[in-house]
Design a protein around this ligand. Sequence first.
Ligand code: B3K
Ligand code: ZN
Length: 844
Amino acid sequence: PTTIYLKDYTPFGYLVDSVHLTFDLTPHATRVTSRIAFRPNPNATDRTFFLHGEELTLIRAAIDGGEITPELSDKGLTAITPDAPFIWEAEVEIDPGNNTALEGLYMSNGMYCTQCEAEGFRKITYYPDRPDVMSTFTVRINGDLPVLLSNGNPTAKGEGWAEWTDPWPKPAYLFALVAGDLIAHPGQFTTMSDREVELNLWVRPGDEGKCAFGMEALKKSMKWDEDVYGREYDLDVFNIVAVDDFNMGAMENKGLNIFNSSAVLASPETSTDANFERIEAIIAHEYFHNWTGNRITCRDWFQLCLKEGLTVFRDAQFTSDMRSAPVKRIHDAIDLRSRQFPEDNGPLSHPVRPESFQEINNFYTATVYEKGAEIIGMLKRLVGDEAYAKALDLYFDRHDGQACTIEDWLKVFEDTTDRDLSQFKRWYSQSGTPRIAVAEAWDDGTYTLTLSQRTEPTPGQDDKQPQVIPVAVGLLGPNGDEVRSTEVLELTETEQSFQFTGLAARPVASILRDFSAPVILEQDQTNSERAFLLAHDTDPFNRWQAGRSLAQDTLLRMISDEAAPDADYLDGLLSVLRDGELDPAYRALMLGLPAQSELAATLYERGDTPDPMAIWAAVETLRQATAQHMQDLLPRLHGEAMVDAPYSPDAEQSGKRALGSAALALTSRLDGGAMAADAYANADNMTLQLTALSCLLRARKGEEELAGFYDQWKHDRLVMDKWFGLQVSMASPEATPKTARALTEHPDFNWKNPNRFRAVMGALAMNHAGFHQTDGTGYQLLADWLIRLDPVNPQTTARMCAAFQTWTRYDAGRQDLMRAQLTRIAETPNLSRDTTEMVSRILG
Ligand code: B3K
Ligand code: ZN
């Protein structure tokens, strides 16, 4: 396979002035006719006329009306062109009905739809399929289907055809087409300059009742982007389509967003509070791309974080504004630690702006997205809110309509603030998670905090340079009062000391408040300091973190030294949970524990070999001890979690339900699931129903309920995904691989559907002790299915290979078993480029 390098970027030799496409839709022989106006690019030196094209049958090609015979390869075509503007025409045939990879034009339940990012347009017609080639598009769709959609505004239509014109120049990856028997859930938005926008959420018949929430989320997003970023929508219509077969969450095609149905369809009966929150965030994310991604796009795919990091940051701001900012920040930190840290500190580690790739789809990662968003957050913290707003205005002014780089992005900050960001830029080029060690000294009224940073070597990067790390710090006095409010220290050297003078007594420092940087803090805190911060910290993030550190510390000692659950943790937790003034959602988060995989990582990093069964047992023991310790409080928590208003997925109600669910889970450890059985019988929304069922399954009960759930919901694809997933995630470690295998034999295990495949295989990989069973059956089952899926859907296969990324952490026996499965995958004949790249990086 060929490797593509950032350093090799050159502009395309031609500019595209306009694109006209005609689609004659039939399932197995769709004709695509293109008419494209090219002209030589004055800023390019290489005039090779190469158009990408894959899996196309070329019927006819012409330049300025004269038929030509281009030179074809399996990657595209080359042709001789005039040294002046010219019109390119081509007619190709494609087979959407057999496109199981879900990239390009494909079919899902009789509906035609597209996914072009990153490089799917080349499976639709011959084209310079690169993000820096931007053009307006006019699309005519001929097809015998009631709804025919493409980007931009509708410009004409008749029986069996429709024409769409997108006036905004865009790269081909933002092209979209949808055709099918769809029903619209309509809406309407008036923009800040009083333009009316027609909104539609298009769904399959039967899903009409699941649209209202998504539509409201869209309107809120449109309003928020006007209020906070001054960004107005720019077309007459905005369409969203829900599709059942989709490789990821959603796609921001200009004016025609396409969503995995799981990322947009919602109703109280079928969706959990977490589903609603995720849907709201994804709708916002895709909508925000209209400016950060579409109006200003990426020069090349190495710059992916330019649009993704920024858009994730924007959707996080939106969620913080719509819901609770501390809760969102804690969720993001949990997510970063569980998904991005393992990537950043393992064989798949890559910079936020990678420097090379074989298959770009493998780089839509937590590092590019979530660490990319953290970088924006740090930048904002360093320059301040006002300068951030100014820089963003300048970014939109200066770069509207362009395909940009990270250099362009940083330059607007340098120009607005006069700051030199060359060291800050290392965040984009250096991979690995920086670790910050803390040393403290106290002398006569002066507290000295010494911070030192180091980043372990990562693949291809042995030497790391110090980065600019904003460390938000506050100080508490011995009575718990805050004696220094939050201050952002800028750590730029390998080691640096910061002094706080004029203090009456030795303070307790609260470091990395609000998780001000995506780093690992290595602080030798005593448990009494942690308990002190848990009781007194004014920073909600660090207050939660103090509890989390206590939990982690007790778990690690339980695992390594067979210690008993720590009293500081249990007592501290109890008093926080007792505090009725605290937001229920926040208290529910306090009851969380570090993921078992995260405990494994910590053990590994300090030189121990993690034993997944020992980790599992410690977590179980601690849970049991927590339930006993809080026994008297649990009825009160249930009471506080009561909602006696009609169901709403808002922050307040869902926070209460989160607390109630956590209390029910603990209660189930004491009453053998009696209360959960009751809760299951009375549940009138999916959040409660699923919580109760999971408590029952964890108590090794609930067989009847599980069967009842199936009968109740077998008609609903999205709920059935939950039914599949839950059984695997709640299985005992020993039973996990067996349970997953049995489910793959279930008639409803439609493995070509990515949601269903992930429901089972994703849950298997996430069930730490179950996946890592010493007989290797978990590894083998996953590998069997990855090998089977690869020829059908390489993108989803490659992504799921990451389940093996931590294989070198474990004991020799498990390593051998995992290596054997990875090798077996690698040696599969005709393995896709996607999976080949992933497996070879993981094997190292
Ligand atoms: N931009 C798309 C992701 C495309 C993934 C291609 N493999 C969704 C998003 O980030 O909004
Ligand atoms: Zn995105």
